[in-house]
Design a protein around this ligand. Sequence first.
Ligand code: CDP
Length: 225
Amino acid sequence: MKVTVAIDGPAAAGKSTVAKLVAKKLGYVYIDTGAMYRAYTWYCMEKGVDCQDHDACINFVGEVSIVLKEDGAVLCNDIDVTRAIREPRVSGNVSYIASYKEIRLFLVDQQRKMAESNSVIMDGRDIGTYVLPNADVKIFQIASVETRAKRRYDENISKGITCTLEEIEEDVRKRDYIDSHRDFAPLTCAEDAITLDTSNMSIEEVVDAIINIIDKRLKEKYPNA
Ligand code: CDP
């Protein structure tokens, strides 16, 4: 049986950390759509273009090729950008890039194709509402701003990315605002999504909770499977 799981939610809610673990446990393919918007942003910055310049940024549609490797590596036009796309300078610009409809259509098309032939768990902002509206399971993962900022700060420090907690909190708030106020496919909870507040949960607890939700939903949907 081919299963599709959509996990959406605000910045740094821990979606990718848990989605990766759930995918491993269930044998699904994990698709990090945020990495694609980040890679596109990295490319614009490499080209010296202002990410707030819509016309200049959309020019690269068709010229940018993004590959998500199975081991988590991200390639942009054959360059390994896995680490570079996590830098604060990219985080600070990605929400502008993600607000451009032409770029979203270009990347969403690839995301839908990736979900065609495998069981997938895909995380992002618009997966349950726009990319995979018929997903078998939809989860909206949230946590307080303070928790999210602290999690991302710890993650960055462990990766050797220099930052302060204040900067991260500001970035998270700014991205949430832009992501939820854009015109096209904004961050919003799908009507049929289950909201999971992970503020006081460990990674293992979130993974278990998500696996239980998937299990329950699939049993309801396919009682004879
Ligand atoms: O991991 P984190 O929550 O910091 O963000 P991400 O998933 O890597 O996504 C980075 C940015 O890409 C978000 O802040 C959004 O602006 C954009 N994004 C989006 O618009 N739609 C998606 N499906 C995924 C990401």
